[in-house]
Design a protein around this ligand. Sequence first.
Ligand SMILES: Cc1cc2nc3c(=O)[nH]c(=O)nc-3n(C[C@H](O)[C@H](O)[C@H](O)COP(=O)(O)OP(=O)(O)OC[C@H]3O[C@@H](n4cnc5c(N)ncnc54)[C@H](O)[C@@H]3O)c2cc1C
Length: 375
Amino acid sequence: MRFDCVIIGGGLAGLTAGLKLQSKGLDTAIVSTGQNALHFFSGSFASMQEAPAEIIELFSAAGIKLHYEKGVRLMPLGTFRDAELSLEDIELFKAPKFAKKALVVNLSGFHDFFASFLAEGLEKQGISCQIRSINFPELEALAKSPSEMRSVQIARIMDRITDKVIREVRMLLSDEDAVVLPQVFGLQDSAVIEQLRKGIPVRVVFAGTLPPSVPGIRTQMLLKRRYEALGGTFMASDEVLKAHLYEGRVHSIATRNLDNHFIEADNFILATGGYFSKGLRSNPFGISEPIFGLDVRFDENRSAWYNPSFAADQPYMKYGVVTDASLHALREGKALENVFAIGSILGGTRPELGTGAGLAIRSALEASNQILNIK
Ligand SMILES: Cc1cc2nc3c(=O)[nH]c(=O)nc-3n(C[C@H](O)[C@H](O)[C@H](O)COP(=O)(O)OP(=O)(O)OC[C@H]3O[C@@H](n4cnc5c(N)ncnc54)[C@H](O)[C@@H]3O)c2cc1C
């Protein structure tokens, strides 16, 4: 099997690179083990330092509507956080006091949404709050088992009964000027979000639930669908085990499912994430990157990895694989000519490219540009 470019990891970084390269006519493949950080996504992309016109266009072609403005967003526990680029589900406010009176609506039997914390947080901002629950008979079968009464399973049902949800919420409204709903809508596409906003005559704000994140899963699904529609090959549930290197270049990779059938490519993009996705591995003696054996920046003094203050920025989150200015990954101090590292595997080694999801996107676009210039 041979491709122009093989991307290892199908999270936000890998999918963004795949979309960009595939849309420019390259023949690419993404190999991905499984769950990624999008399954926990809040809906807002952390800073990426630059106006994201290209990404808005790329995502819009996949059916994902983004909006870019500076503001604050409501967090799942009723606090507020600065945000910029966000999915359309996420409302950004000029200030936390976004309404005079709000109605927080939960679904009976759903414990993964923190209505009372939300109400308390809103009250602190001077927004007077009421909490109400709606009992939908359609959810009764799920409600019998707490493990079934989860965001994604609920969203599958809610998306089928959106008109009924609108009717029920309207009946609960009195003089409120905002409604806060759990993020359990729009699993397949965001049309349901628009429908709710049109049908409910006051401001509709969606607040996060416990994972999995419904908007995050939708984002992952739509990106993957668009990637495949452009002709990309997505190898799901496979794991890249090792790479074959010769004179500073990688020729092929081996995966768990393909046994001795190696995948060859002109370029490789490493987008395997941080510790969470096992892109980086740590043990008491150090931190390593398991596929290529890349150089990883970390403090040799183990006790410097952690800040004893739990809430402080943790130094270990800044560690990551080392690259040159063009995002070529370094191995034994030398840049591998055709291997680029992107996304959270970079940790804090490239702060100029942003943080969190911003870093994933910016680094994916940068590495793709490098590859496209080479071609
Ligand atoms: C729980 C959590 C929540 C977050 N929420 C936000 C947020 O709301 N906003 C924000 O800005 N940032 C958030 N972040 C930061 C996050 O790092 C980025 O948002 C971004 O999604 C990371 O994307 P990524 O593609 O680099 O890595 P990941 O999303 O981690 O994806 C890496 C992928 O590579 C695969 N993989 C790993 N090893 C292999 C292998 N050997 N072979 C094949 N595949 C492999 C993994 O299975 C995974 O699918 C969050 C991070 C975490 C951990």
